[in-house]
Design a protein around this ligand. Structure first.
Ligand SMILES: Nc1ncnc2c1ncn2[C@@H]1O[C@H](COP(=O)(O)OP(=O)(O)OP(=O)(O)O)[C@@H](O)[C@H]1O
Length: 501
């Protein structure tokens, strides 16, 4: 049943509201009567003066700061992208910015890393990276107070490049109180020493930035020891002594005193997956050199190539990978891009306008720099122009081929020997399981048994690496399954060979 409507209740409510408004009205009227309007004038005058006073103090502060800067502050500015910038920025991040737990941060989705927690899901959530958003900081180093400021103009643009890790890409200015920049130089040197001592465990690979305007450190790869790249020991020894001799400062003087250009070129050739790139990176680590990756097909013209080479420092490795592919198929690609419709054309990979003579010119032309080590790699050495491989441009040719029995044995030891340590630890914890673990001597015997199954010069090292990847957890299984794997792979190889023919 519906409730009856009581008009009396509503009327009471209206009455009580009317009473309270009346009370407010009378109180306000009484207060306004008491007010002296001359006070309003003073309040307005004070309020009007505040901005003017603020402007005055602000400009006084700025002039004082400029004056102090001019006479009492020394500063050093480091341009963005310079390796020194990275060294100093890393120190400041680690020792000043991160401990202060900045409240302002920049976040972006990390490329190439998924959150492991979600790996059971079909669509794995991607990890998020956070970067402190700092502009200027003060800090003590020893007994000196330093200031550091960072120009953030390029920071947001740099963040759009997934390979940029937020370190070293912005102009830095370090300052300190005093009339000399010596304390800043000492500080910068210290940062460099620390960075160098850390970098000895990494190879830094430089590549052109997205716009092709400057060199940027693209990857920091953990050092790969030369022992992990398997090929003929004698050839390896010759290669190493050749490079060691070239990098010796006495060789430079000898070359210069005899008016010979101080350059050395290397050509690594052989089938795909035989270690040409791996060897280049391992050599950079062995000799403590940075590696500059030159991708000729993505360079617009000879002028850009020349500019790139001019910006490469003298002591480093310049790597030109798959050099045969640069001009191969260019005619077909050109034809295709002329015939294709506009939309299809935009999807066609860009065609390099770099000419062979442009490349020869940067390698050993009149204006080319000296002291570098140029490595070219190719799968098809016979397709290279003889001008590119003549002595002076290529001084050492190295063939990397299929794996030998000896190298297969070394590879086996490399795959399983690191486990010896953990086996030893486990066996000391559980004395009853001692028999299950293998000694170094036993492992050597297994390696010999394994290598005996591998036909000489038949499989590429990367093929064998693929086999190890699926048997890493069980050394005995690796030995027992290898003959079966060889049988499986061999017919495949002959089929493929027939197809190619
Ligand atoms: N000689 C080798 N010793 C050890 N590992 C090797 C060797 N050759 C290849 N590998 C392994 O195989 C993989 C591919 O090697 P890499 O890229 O160096 O070969 P590549 O000859 O440069 O191939 P491509 O010509 O296709 O560029 C790497 O993971 C590497 O560890």
């Amino acid at each position: 049943m519906s409730q009856p409507f009581h008009a009396g209740g509503a009327a009471n409510l209206l009455d009580s509201r009317a009473q309270s408004f009346g009370f407010l009205k009378t109180t306000l009227a009484a207060r306004l009567h008491e007010l002296d309007f001359t006070h309003f004038g003073s309040i307005l005058a004070v309020v009007g003066i505040v901005p003017a006073a603020f402007r005055f103090f602000h400009s006084a502060w700025q002039s004082a700061a400029t004056w102090v800067k001019r006479f009492f502050i020394a500063s050093v500015t480091i341009p963005p992208g310079d390796p020194l910038n990275r060294s100093v920025s890393s120190w400041i991040l680690e020792n000043v910015v991160e401990p202060r737990h900045m409240r302002f941060q920049t976040a972006r989705t990390e490329v190439g890393r998924d959150l492991e927690a979600g790996s059971h899901l079909k669509k794995t959530p991607r990890a998020v990276q956070y970067f402190p958003h700092w502009r200027s900081e003060w800090f003590w180093y020893g007994k000196t107070l330093f200031g550091v400021s960072r120009s953030l103009d390029s920071f947001t643009a740099g963040m759009q490049d997934p390979t940029y890790d937020g370190v070293g890409g912005e102009e830095l200015t370090i300052s300190c109180l005093g009339l000399s920049a010596t304390p800043i130089r000492a500080f910068i040197n210290k940062c460099r020493e620390i960075a160098d001592s850390k970098a000895q465990f990494y190879v830094i690979i430089y590549a052109r930035d997205r716009f092709g305007l400057s060199w940027k450190p693209k990857y920091r790869k953990p050092l790969r020891r030369l022992e992990t790249v398997h090929f003929d020991d004698k050839v390896k020894h010759n290669l190493l002594s050749d490079i060691r001799n070239y990098l010796d400062p006495r060789t430079k003087k000898l070359y210069q005193s005899r008016s010979m250009p101080y350059r050395r070129g290397y050509l690594f050739y052989g089938p795909p997956g035989t270690g040409k790139s791996s060897l280049s990176t391992a050599l950079a680590g062995e000799f403590g050199l940075d590696l500059y990756e030159v991708k000729v097909p993505s360079i617009a013209n000879d002028g850009d190539l020349e500019q790139m080479f001019q910006e490469i420092p003298p002591r480093c490795i310049v790597l030109l990978e798959d050099i045969d592919a640069v001009w191969a198929g260019r005619e077909q690609r050109l034809e295709r891009s002329i015939c294709d419709s506009a939309s299809e054309r935009s999807a066609t990979p860009s065609i390099s306008n770099v000419t062979l003579s442009g490349l020869l010119n940067v390698l050993d032309g009149v204006g080319s720099q000296e002291g570098r080590l140029v490595i070219m790699t190719t799968n098809k050495p016979d397709q290279l122009d003889s001008a590119l491989t003549r002595p002076g441009r290529v001084d050492f040719k190295l063939y990397l081929g299929n794996i030998s029995k000896a190298s297969a044995e070394q590879m086996f030891m490399r795959m399983f020997a690191p486990d010896l340590l953990s086996w030893a630890r486990q066996s000391s914890e559980k004395s009853d399981s001692l028999d299950e673990h293998i000694s170094l001597e036993q492992l050597r015997m297994l390696a010999a048994r394994f290598a005996a199954e591998i036909p000489e010069d038949t499989f590429t090292p990367s093929q064998l690496q693929g086999f190890f990847q699926s048997h890493l957890n069980d050394v005995m299984q690796a030995v027992s399954r290898i003959s079966e794997w060889v049988k499986q792979e061999l017919p495949d190889r002959s089929d493929r060979h027939l197809e190619v023919c």
